[in-house]
Design a protein around this ligand. Structure first.
Ligand code: HJL
Ligand code: ZN
Length: 163
């Protein structure tokens, strides 16, 4: 999770999303397969999505067919729980993970997604319902959220509201 947080710090600040870092690990051999962070790759890309795109490129395949090229027991570390809905309308990371099939067996998350953009994110619940284990790693919450929200517009404080 510390490494995922380091990756999140590389993400360019934007008011419209969270800065997230993610890592895919081959759990059997304890090898990092891919690292990613929000907006690392071209387009409006999420951290988890960047990991999957990088692996797809490595294996000269598409995200849809990626599972055929991957080890059977992969673990995802992500500073924020995978998204279930995106304001942009792009495919969610939960859908991307579930689409892979029985490959990512467990997801370690640093924090739940704050309600700022999509309200209550049911990402973790959907993963669990699909048979994927989800575990929150304690201890990084404060730093993860402060990194995630750099570039966000602050709510006006009461001091200035009535002026
Ligand atoms: C996760 C990310 C990232 C988010 N969540 N798990 N990884 N940026 O890399 C979730 C947030 C969406 C907004 C805006 N952020 O990003 O809900 O423009 O960023 O598609 O809903 O949607 P877009
Ligand atoms: Zn996402």
């Amino acid at each position: 999770m510390a490494l995922a947080l380091k990756l999140a710090r590389k993400s360019p600040p934007r008011p419209t999303n969270f800065r997230v870092g993610a890592i895919l690990v081959d759990a059997e051999n304890n090898i990092i397969l891919a690292e990613g962070y929000t907006l690392e790759l071209y387009g409006n890309t999420h951290a988890e999505q960047c990991c999957l795109i990088k692996l797809s490129e490595q294996h000269a395949t598409t995200e849809e067919r990626l599972a055929d090229f991957l080890p059977a027991d992969i673990v995802l570390y992500t500073t924020m729980e995978p998204c279930n809905k995106r304001l942009s309308g792009n495919l969610s990371c939960v859908d991307r993970i579930i689409r892979l099939g029985d490959v990512i067996k467990k997801v370690y998350v640093g924090v739940r997604e704050p309600g700022k953009f999509v309200g209550n994110n049911i990402g973790s619940k959907r993963l669990k319902d699909a048979g994927i284990e989800v575990e929150q790693v304690p201890g990084f919450e404060h730093e993860i959220l402060s990194v995630a929200t750099v570039g966000h517009v602050q709510e006006p404080s009461n001091t200035f509201k009535d002026k």
